[in-house]
Design a protein around this ligand. Sequence first.
Ligand SMILES: Nc1ncnc2c1ncn2[C@@H]1O[C@H](COP(=O)(O)OP(=O)(O)O)[C@@H](O)[C@H]1O
Ligand SMILES: [Mg+2]
Length: 374
Amino acid sequence: MDVPLGSGGAGEGKLSPDSEPPFLVLEHPDTRFGATHVTQDVSLSVARSEILALLGPSGSGKTTVLRTVAGFETPDSGRVVADDEDVTDVPPERRRFGVVFQNYALFPHMTVGENVAFGLESQGVKKKEVREAVARALASVDLSGFESRPVTQISGGQQQRVALARALAPEPRILLLDEPLSNLDPSLRGRTRRELKRIIRSIGITTLFVTHEQEEAFELGDRVALLNGGRLEQVGTPRELYAAPATRFAASFIGRSSVLPATWQKSTGRARLPGGAAWPAIAPWDLLDGSPVDVIVRPEALAFGGPRDGAALEGRVTDVRYAGKETYFSVALADGAELEVLAAPDAAQPGWKVFVAPLPAGPAPRAYPRESAG
Ligand SMILES: Nc1ncnc2c1ncn2[C@@H]1O[C@H](COP(=O)(O)OP(=O)(O)O)[C@@H](O)[C@H]1O
Ligand SMILES: [Mg+2]
């Protein structure tokens, strides 16, 4: 099996491109609940000061991975290493990791300052030092002077930053965030996301950031680890995941794409589509000649053309979704398959008969072994 182009390869946590040794390593951990295998061999490494986004659909095991790193779950096998120290058997409170959980659970009857101080006081830190640490943590999240405000009287975005300040106050060496923006209104999320990124960057802390939203992962993550069904699909930069998805799941989960059934022609490196057109396609694995494949193609890789183009597929425009400078056109093909084309707003109209072909300069269609039904 060849290693896919420009990617870390399926199921393999690649080190960051620079040669610095990783600061946080999760080495082949398996985590089970009873007989159920929840995560399998999710190996990750995060470089010092890097933000690694752990992305995956709901139930894919993201929280379990984060809790395993934090020490709230004990893996059946494997290790967690931070700054060259094996912390696998170190209890969570002694790992010096800051954690912000999904529902960041501020204490509603306490002030901002009391919330941020909570962890420090329970560690027996002296009053004066607690006060200084709280002030430093609040300053780092742009909430200086908010100490005596009740947490119920600040905005959702500010509450999110208080939760972050609480995690940062003990000066952790690693920051772990589980969907920290999911409690916020959609209208607040974008701005808070950018603030969060700026704060993490200015502190320079090594961060593992869990989210089920691609946009969040792509904006915050230096690299993104894509999880599906408790297994790693791919680890890479946002650009690598978009342009060279290592697996069929990565290709369809990341960005917009259409899936077309086809047959692989090994000698030409083309996928033969129903109706006879053959599209040049990149196969991340060595596929057998004549094997059934799914061709996955981005809307911006397709264009309307003429019937004489040998690569053209004939179809009918069924829907139009205006998106500013360009428009998404849904096209139903004769055999029932559907695809999406990104083109100028006046390129076609609903009901039109059209021919669609891949653009030579676009992101190449990719061929993956056909998934059996179900
Ligand atoms: N304490 C637990 N006991 C049993 N199953 C669990 C437990 N926690 C999570 N799971 C299961 O593990 C899988 C992954 O869950 P989770 O890590 O929370 O995923 P995510 O955070 O990606 O939504 C799910 O199928 C979930 O039902
Ligand atoms: Mg979760």
